[in-house]
Design a protein around this ligand. Structure first.
Ligand code: ZN
Length: 266
């Protein structure tokens, strides 16, 4: 427990909020620092946010699940509950993501089928992601270098390769990740039988917005191209955002399938 409080203290400090010395002890300074962070989290992003999520899971305030580098409503509520309980670990129900209704079913009109993994999962789901990288992250670096960095983050999770089937950059370039016939690591509980592509934003995502708020037109049309290819290759019946499956902002907007499906599929 002290270790989790220490994680919160160092994360707050990394985000420029003073929560007292990183001593793992809950006191007025820690409480005030975390409260100030919670009140003004806009724009806070990155590994410290990941660390806060980890600590809130360990303390029992957040359900075990994929963690995000951006501030989510669930993280916000969980931190609020911890502050209200004065840093004590929680017993009882944890904060879960509200389930969202499934999107409309698309009607593929061909017999092509793509299967993944040894068990042969039919691919029917396409998931849109964000790389959740901050404003300016892309500056001065090639897409290949950026791709390599995302891949390193994923390897650091203990994964054998980048989790996505591809990453789409602000100039519209698509760098392919895992082969389509391989099960990815991009959406917990739905990896088997899905394709996941991630878009690199040009602005830090701190709230839900519209696709144009965070991505270039080149990125968005490249994503539509990938989805059209996928729809030809296999009967995709659902095009969704990561946030329909997890407590995340990813990809930063609500995915309306009709905005993404190729003509004739809606
Ligand atoms: Zn995602």
């Amino acid at each position: 427990m002290g270790e989790d409080i220490r994680l919160l203290q160092t994360a707050a400090s990394a985000l420029n909020f003073s929560a007292g010395p990183a001593d793992g002890l809950w006191g007025p300074k820690t409480r005030a620092g975390l409260q100030a962070l919670r009140d003004a989290h806009q724009g806070r992003w990155g590994d410290p946010v990941l660390q806060i999520g980890r600590a809130l899971i360990d303390l029992g305030y957040l359900a075990e699940g994929p963690l995000s580098r951006v501030w989510t409503p669930e993280l916000d509520r969980a931190l609020g509950a911890l502050i209200a309980a004065d840093g004590l670990p929680r017993s009882g129900a944890v904060i879960e993501v509200a389930p969202q209704p499934p999107g409309p079913v698309l009607r593929p009109g061909h017999g092509n089928q793509l299967f993944q993994g040894r068990a042969g999962h039919l691919v029917q789901l396409f998931v849109i992601h964000t790389a959740a990288t901050p404003t300016g992250w892309v500056r001065g670096r090639s897409n290949a270098e950026l791709f390599a960095e995302i891949r390193r983050w994923h390897l650091a999770n203990g994964w054998r390769d980048i989790g996505y089937h591809g990453v789409i950059f602000p100039d519209g370039e698509i760098l392919e990740g895992r082969a389509w016939g391989e099960i990815g690591a991009h959406v917990v509980g739905h990896n088997a039988g899905s394709l996941g592509y991630s878009m690199v934003p040009i602005r830090t995502i701190t709230r839900m917005g519209a696709p144009e708020d965070f991505y270039t037109d080149a990125t968005l049309s490249a994503m539509r191209g990938v989805i059209a290819r996928a729809c030809v290759r296999t009967p995709i019946t659902r095009i969704a955002g990561h946030n329909e499956f997890a407590a995340k902002l990813c990809p930063g907007f609500l995915v309306r399938p009709e905005d993404w499906a190729p003509a004739g599929w809606a």
